[in-house]
Design a protein around this ligand. Sequence first.
Ligand SMILES: [Zn+2]
Length: 222
Amino acid sequence: MQLSPSIYFYPFSSGLENNCNTIVLTGPETTIIDPGHKHLWPSLRAKMLDDGLNPADLKLALFTHCHPDHMEAGQILEEEYGVIQAMSSVEKEFYDGPGQGFFQWMGLDAPTGYIGRLVDEGPLNLGDKTVDLYLTPGHSPGGICLHWPEEGLLVTGDVIFAHSFGRVDFPGGGLAELTKSVQKLKALPKVETLLPGHGPAIMGAKAIQDNFKYVLDIMASF
Ligand SMILES: [Zn+2]
């Protein structure tokens, strides 16, 4: 579904169609954020084609974190379209170590794709646009969120969802870190659309602030 001229959002619809939410930012460096599981790629591809997006135009696959349900399809995108796979430098270190265990644990083949771009906290150039990248550990050690102030967009991966937050019991995760990450996101100005890694989008600055507050209250209760 198209949210603005250059933002497309593919939220979870059913376990047979997708798993995590996927976001596409179009432009000269069309970027797909969290393409999801490999076996669900044909369904996402069909949805993109329905929206008039050509998967062959994808240039970058950016992963909010290295869990297979967010990144596994990146390998297909690399093989079929020459897409460059990207994650944060901190996450790459984790991915090369304990992160590999997730693939085994989920009964998946070890990934063979190449992480061709490492990103870090700060401005991230995506061709015709620059977004602000924040390191937001707690769910995964090098997890990232993206803020695009001009569009009022915040992409949060598995840091925060509507009325919930990401698991902190995975390797490299922790509640204290995740709480800090959520606080960091809450302080960002100009957020009108929050697209989480799972579940529905949150629309409107007030609803987003209310959700931050609600979730931080739950986190504080543990
Ligand atoms: Zn995750």
